[in-house]
Design a protein around this ligand. Structure first.
Ligand code: IVH
Length: 328
């Protein structure tokens, strides 16, 4: 292929991903499976890396999610809601760790502690608390600007609206995932394509009374900004979250070494179908906050975290035609 053809093929893929994003985020209706989407995203990023003349403002390497819907007021996130880079193999994990050790200029025998958190496949939300009260709740939107879905988020029982704890920060933006349990999804399966879309659809109803009818759950896992937050690492932050009344994932673990990350990954992947919510991988975050801030960010993802995705072994098939035949 010459450069002209490579560019043509690249733009075709970009056009396709724009259409898929629109359908997924705006209409809550996926056109292909998550696995197939990831493959397309990987192909685009691979092409951009290989041919540096390829670039597009809507490339998945630049954008997170899709623009906010017209139904809700738009509010800028004080701290952007970023994406995560993906790892698919043990080799990717080894490279991830190597790059970190290199970047930090540490000895090769330096050990890194990770917070390993099963990645719930739901909708992320940002909850802004001021003086112990939930004041605003936003969707991720395009990562920079979210939708004001406060009234809808307030219908979720797992989201505390008032927090009494003495050590609760003066102002904090607590972030986590809104999702629907598979057992609850079964009752709604005729209305939505999958649990993630059921969560997204219910969360973005115009009328909060409609959201209230859907048994949405919330699990907290990070924060955007925090004024007066006194914790030094992710595992202590997760402990604080549950002391303050948030639900956290009971499968979160602290792990050292890529071999042990692999072991945990394999164990959880085996258990995947017994867990009552969809997980599409494990997120690894460097536990130490100081180390996180030394590492910082690249493009739209942190250098200190990665999502280790489970292999996509299922796709969506569309039945094009049914041919009814009468037997003897
Ligand atoms: S941390 C910059 N922790 O994964 C840090 N994200 O691709 C990014 N997710 O939008 C967020 N479980 O919707 C984080 N334990 C977890 C998570 C998690 C699921 C989702 C979240 C985010 C996406 C990143």
């Amino acid at each position: 292929m010459n450069n002209e053809e490579i560019k043509k093929d690249y733009l075709k893929k970009i056009k396709k991903i724009i259409k898929l994003n629109q359908s997924y985020y705006d209409k809550n209706s996926p056109l292909i499976s998550d696995g197939e989407y990831d493959i397309l995203k990987k192909k685009i990023i691979f092409l951009e890396k290989k041919y540096n003349f390829l670039d597009h403002k809507d490339s998945p390497s630049k954008r997170v999610g899709f623009r906010p819907s017209r139904n809700f007021k738009k509010i800028n996130h004080k701290v952007p809601m970023l994406s995560l880079s993906n790892a698919f193999s043990e080799e990717d994990l080894i490279n991830f760790e190597k790059k970190i050790v290199n970047y930090l200029n540490e000895e090769t025998n330096f050990t890194i502690e990770y917070s390993a958190e099963p990645k719930i496949d739901g909708i992320s939300a940002s909850l802004i608390y001021k003086k112990n009260k939930l004041v605003t709740g936003l969707s991720r939107g395009d990562g920079q600007t979210g939708e004001d879905i406060t009234d809808n988020l307030k219908t979720i029982k797992d989201i505390p609206q008032n927090i009494d704890a003495k050590d609760f920060p003066e102002e904090i933006d607590i972030r986590g995932e809104v999702f629907i349990q598979n057992s609850d999804f079964k009752k709604l399966a005729d209305k939505f394509a999958n649990p993630r879309n059921a969560a997204s659809g219910s969360l973005r109803q115009k009328n909060p009374e409609d959201t209230k009818r859907i048994p949405l759950k919330f699990i907290a896992y990070t924060f955007g900004f925090g004024k007066g937050l006194k914790v030094n690492n992710q595992s202590d932050f997760l402990k604080k979250l549950s002391e303050w009344g948030f639900k956290t994932n009971h499968l979160n673990k602290i792990i050292v070494g890529t071999k042990n990350l692999m072991e945990n990954y394999n164990q959880i992947e085996k258990k995947r179908s017994d867990i009552d919510f969809d997980i599409d991988g494990i997120v690894y975050k460097i536990n130490d906050f100081q180390m996180q801030s030394r590492l910082g960010f690249v493009a739209n993802a942190p250098r200190w975290a990665i999502a280790h995705k489970f292999s996509a072994n299922s796709g969506i098939s569309k039945i094009l035609d049914i041919d009814i035949q009468i037997g003897r």
